[in-house]
Design a protein around this ligand. Sequence first.
Ligand SMILES: Cc1cc2nc3c(=O)[nH]c(=O)nc-3n(C[C@H](O)[C@H](O)[C@H](O)COP(=O)(O)OP(=O)(O)OC[C@H]3O[C@@H](n4cnc5c(N)ncnc54)[C@H](O)[C@@H]3O)c2cc1C
Length: 384
Amino acid sequence: MNFELPEDLKMLRDMARKFAAEEIAPNAREWDREGVIPQATIDKLAGLGFMGVLVPEELGGAGATYLGMTVVMEEIARQCGGTALMLAAHNGLCVGHILLAGNDAQKKKYLPDLATGKKIGAWALTEPGSGSDAAALTTTAVRDGDEWIINGAKNFITNGVRAGTFVVMARTDPDAPKTKGISAFIIERGTPGLEIGPKEDKMGMRASDTVPLVFENCRVPAENMVGELNAGFKDTLMVLERGRITIAALSVGLARGGLEESLRYAGEREQFGKPLNRHQAIQFMLADMAMEIDAARLLVRKAAVLKDEGKDALLEASTAKLFASEMATRACLDAIQIHGGYGYLKDVPVERLLRDAKLCEIGEGSSQIQRLVIARTLLDLPGA
Ligand SMILES: Cc1cc2nc3c(=O)[nH]c(=O)nc-3n(C[C@H](O)[C@H](O)[C@H](O)COP(=O)(O)OP(=O)(O)OC[C@H]3O[C@@H](n4cnc5c(N)ncnc54)[C@H](O)[C@@H]3O)c2cc1C
């Protein structure tokens, strides 16, 4: 395995890094406080191809690989976890599901607007009664002529406030075993019967919005089913496998933020007559952070390269997501410790980085669920 990024991805990384430092970093504190990313920033992200990282160029995207996606995610998350989460749900989940399972007509109809940022994408799996046990979802879709009628509720849907395109999982066969009777639908904003609930007031990832959705006799054209009838959960698991690589890369970016802020601060702040970075206890924290970030990035890139080679990466995606997300929380906690009392203040970025990092241990399959996936794969148990 080549541990160096290829030249084109180095250029992508440098472009994302420059944009994040110039356009995102100065505003991240305000977006966290206000709970919104300005549309102008989303337009600029689209201009760089970041709203369609994986979308083929002929459909308006950047045509990048999963490895490229991880590079973008790390750089954006380095400055703002919420902006990165908006991109992750849009690219990795909504666009990812249409790329994976959509037919040619659906790709041509929906992907250009999503890839160019004219529309933001959301992906709705979680419900009030089904989170980790996602296949227990109870939202129903009942066929009526050329339409499906959707009824039910979804919870915690990223990007829901502004999304123009939702991919929604619903039960189409109530008599089938729970993983075998689910299908996915594209539902456009403004479809009668789709109600978008109020924005959640979150601990972290505040720049990205999260909402509940309610479907009341929401009629969707039959042509909007993504993938095969009753095969939606199989596709969902594949979308999540890819999505976990994205969240793992996002985690690496947050942890790198913690390290870089700490390196800077530990060089500036003096105690006992010398900079903090001349105290061995601080050096050891910095060394552990650097070591774990490198290990996590290697896991992320291994999983991404497997996907780019068209291979199964269930184990590798879960391993990367589990290690990177828990590592990010550890790194950001240490970053606060290195900053001392100042790290506990809202004006210092490491406080926000820690709040953002905690979400990565919960969303797209909690740490407990990743451990279950890894153990089931190791033990060759059903459900892996
Ligand atoms: C900010 C944010 C954004 C989100 N964005 C989206 C989105 O865009 N689309 C979407 O569909 N969902 C989204 N989610 C939902 C997210 O994926 C779920 O919150 C997550 O899967 C966990 O589900 P839950 O919250 O219902 O927790 P639960 O499933 O109720 O779990 C609670 C606790 O029990 C543990 N647990 C559950 N089952 C087991 C088990 N078998 N063994 C051991 N421990 C277990 C969990 O690990 C967790 O610690 C988002 C959530 C948040 C907070």
